[in-house]
Ligand binder design. Structure first.
Ligand code: ATP
Length: 238
């Protein structure tokens, strides 16, 4: 039978001042799924993730693991186990890789056995970070910075990971490497909501995908049924 819904978003709307960026969006993620949100620039994909996180002025219902999440109060939402890797990565450039990882573990403090266990897990996931622990984060390559952003999120041991365009500005090879790691995390049981403009890549990983345009969900897609660019383009131009 179907897995229970880990995230259930109903009729979520959000505005920036007078500008309505989300119009009654409903999506869900079931336990163990990797769900992609596709769509052109300005469709509202980032706003959807930010709204789940309580970072916008929003209305509607967001349920996580059958608990209602507040529409404001990002720290409470994070403590419930929802963690966002924002577009642009949001790492602290002047700080070292090790310090950025410590920040991700702020809920348990940046030391101790549990901290070491989590850090070891992240460094096994991203061996390149282990070699660069004492390096200034701003001097990492774009791909390494994205690995650090995901690694820092994993330090919080999320129960749901939200990712905003992890491939942005990265070479295809590095993108593939990062997406492969995300697939690995998902197969180990972590539900993931992945916002991506590079639809073909996202569809390779995703169990399901939603297409957004103009602040609305315009289609829901079964990745196995997308066989060509033409199939996909149809959803973008509807
Ligand atoms: P992109 O991939 O380009 O980031 P997106 O699908 O993530 O696109 P959003 O960033 O969510 O889209 O933007 C949705 C709409 O909200 C756009 O019209 C955008 O201009 C507007 N918007 C986003 N952030 C703000 C803001 N801080 N203030 C005002 N308007 C905003």
């Amino acid at each position: 039978g179907a897995q229970p819904k880990i995230l259930d978003v109903e009729n979520l709307s959000a505005r920036y001042g007078q500008v309505v960026a989300l119009h009654g969006v409903s999506i869900n993620i079931r336990a163990g799924e990797l769900v992609a949100v596709l769509g052109p620039n300005g469709a509202g994909k980032s706003t959807l993730l930010r709204s789940v996180m309580g970072l916008t002025t929003s209305t509607g219902s967001v349920r996580f693991d059958d608990q209602s999440l507040p529409r404001r109060g990002t720290s409470r939402i994070a403590r419930a186990g929802v963690v966002l890797v924002p577009e642009g990565r949001g790492i602290f450039a002047p700080m070292s890789v090790a310090e950025n990882l410590q920040l991700g573990a702020y809920m348990i403090g940046g030391r101790g056995t549990e901290f070491e266990r989590r850090r070891d897990r992240v460094l096994t996931l991203f061996p390149r970070l282990r070699e660069r622990l004492n390096q200034t984060s701003g001097s990492l390559s774009g791909g390494e910075q994205q690995m650090l952003a995901v690694g820092r999120a994993m330090m919080a041991e999320p129960r749901l990971l939200l990712l905003d365009e992890p491939s942005l500005g990265l070479a295809p090879k590095v993108t593939a490497e990062i997406l492969e790691t995300l697939g690995q995390l998902n197969r180990s049981g972590l539900p993931i909501l992945l916002v991506e403009q590079k639809a073909p890549l996202a569809l390779k990983l995703a169990n399901r995908a939603y297409v957004m345009s103009n602040g609305r969900i315009s289609a829901e897609v079964d990745p196995r049924e997308i066989n060509s660019h033409a199939d996909l383009a149809q959803f973008y131009f509807n």
